[in-house]
Design a protein around this ligand. Structure first.
Ligand code: FAD
Ligand code: NAP
Length: 343
């Protein structure tokens, strides 16, 4: 096991924020993971798990040992002609997995193309986009307990998936290192074309003419046109979750702000786009202290070279205060915040 002490995390988070961790180990096998967890226990060191760092904010240095999940492997557990069951290692690249499933004739993940990050992080917030979420395709999550190294398997129900949410953000937060996931994918495509941006991009074709590959390519092309590439402008995607309100509260707001978009949810509540609230409050395109709000996408906070997580979080706080004062809605930060703020 190779431990790097006082390791820089700047290239290990898509916001390119400057931070160091006490120790860092790249995990390439389950044995290496067991060894690293045993070392952390023996040295009374806390553990932080990292994939590609596309949904984290480093507010300052980390006193923990960072384990970067870099395990590889995808294999078919069984194929009954109607569905295939796959086991995929946590360190695999999510987008490459989606591309591979389509090339093998396994469907369902096409709307989730180009989401950055690893397979092991995907269940943490039940990744979702363009009207599809990971949850319905997940059969099981395999993990090791951080405190004991014990292997555990959770069924999809035990993951308690919700809107950008799961048990891993609550009861099992910081308890497990996910090592692999089992997915169950249909062999016949059932395309989800209802999401407005997707529907309008494909509007000139009849449904019979559209393949899963077309959906994949359309999602990739919409995402490339709308979202800043973190390699060019460091960011963590959506910085805030879209608030989900009780119907009465959404109706009151709609009466006060008639242009407010309101999306009814299956559970009877209404989802409001956080980007609209932030733009209404005048933050779109704002820049300060080397950080800012992207000029084309108000939900995306960016690092223009300030490199300080503390400055980014101060900006996020100020945005949240104006949204709360204007609409009475408390925004929740989507990425996980780590490290101590010194500023
Ligand atoms: P990291 O950022 O490394 O980690 C995120 C959290 O998961 C951390 O708390 C970490 O401890 C935990 N974690 C990671 N791996 C493991 C593991 N193996 N075991 C236990 N815990 C683990 N998200 C969406 O849902 N939909 C989108 O459309 C979307 N678009 C995005 C676009 C951009 C440009 C960016 C930058 C981000 C976007 N995201 C989106 C957010 C992000 O891509 C996802 O949350 C992704 O799953 C994070 O993967 P990661 O490997 O980078 O995780
Ligand atoms: P968009 O199409 O401009 O829509 C803005 C927001 O309104 C989205 O977040 C979406 O919520 C919601 N919305 C729009 N139409 C909807 C409908 N018919 N029903 C329900 N909700 C609707 O969004 P965008 O920013 O370009 O992102 C496109 C997709 O990629 C979205 O699904 C978004 O979640 C996902 N994405 C996520 C991240 C991230 O970091 N989490 C980053 C970039 C993109 P939903 O978010 O619930 O879809």
């Amino acid at each position: 096991m190779q431990i790097t002490s006082d390791a820089s995390l700047q290239t290990r988070n898509t916001l390119a924020l400057c931070a160091h961790s006490r120790a860092l180990v790249s995990i390439e096998s389950e044995n290496a993971l067991r060894e690293a967890l045993a070392w952390a226990r023996a040295n009374s060191t806390a553990v932080t798990v990292l994939g590609h760092g596309s949904n984290v904010v480093f507010a300052g240095d980390l006193s923990s040992m960072v384990l970067v999940q870099a395990t590889r492997g995808r294999h078919c557990l069984d194929d009954d002609g109607s569905h295939v069951r796959l086991r995929v290692a946590a360190g695999e690249n999510w987008h490459h997995l989606v591309e591979w499933t389509l090339s093998e004739g396994y469907f369902g993940l096409e709307n989730l193309a180009l989401i950055p990050g690893t397979v092991g992080a995907a269940p943490i917030q039940n990744i979702g986009a363009y009207g599809v979420e990971l949850g319905p395709f997940m059969e099981a999550v395999h993990a090791l307990r951080i405190d004991s190294g014990e292997a555990v398997t959770l069924s999809s129900e035990q993951c308690e998936f919700g809107y950008r949410d799961s048990v891993f953000k609550h009861r099992l937060r910081d308890q497990l290192v996910i090592t692999a996931v089992d997915l169950r994918l249909p062999r016949v495509a059932r395309l989800q074309l209802g999401y407005p941006a997707l529907a309008s991009a494909l509007a000139l074709r009849s449904e019979q003419e559209i393949s899963a590959r077309d959906v994949f390519e359309t999602v990739v092309s919409i995402r490339r046109s709308k979202l800043p590439d973190p390699a060019a402008i460091p960011n963590a995607g959506s910085f805030f979750k879209n608030p989900v309100l009780q119907k009465q509260q959404a109706a009151r707001l709609k009466a006060q702000f008639p242009d407010l978009p309101v999306y009814p949810q299956a559970d009877g509540r209404d989802k409001i786009p956080a980007a609209w609230l932030i733009e209404y409050c005048g933050w779109k395109g704002h820049r300060e202290n080397g950080v800012g709000v992207h000029p084309d996408h108000a939900l995306v906070l960016v690092n223009y070279g300030g490199d300080s997580g503390a400055c980014l979080l101060q900006l996020a706080d100020r945005i949240a205060v104006t949204v709360r004062d204007t609409f009475g809605i408390t925004l929740e930060i989507e990425p996980r915040v780590y490290g101590q703020c010194n500023g």
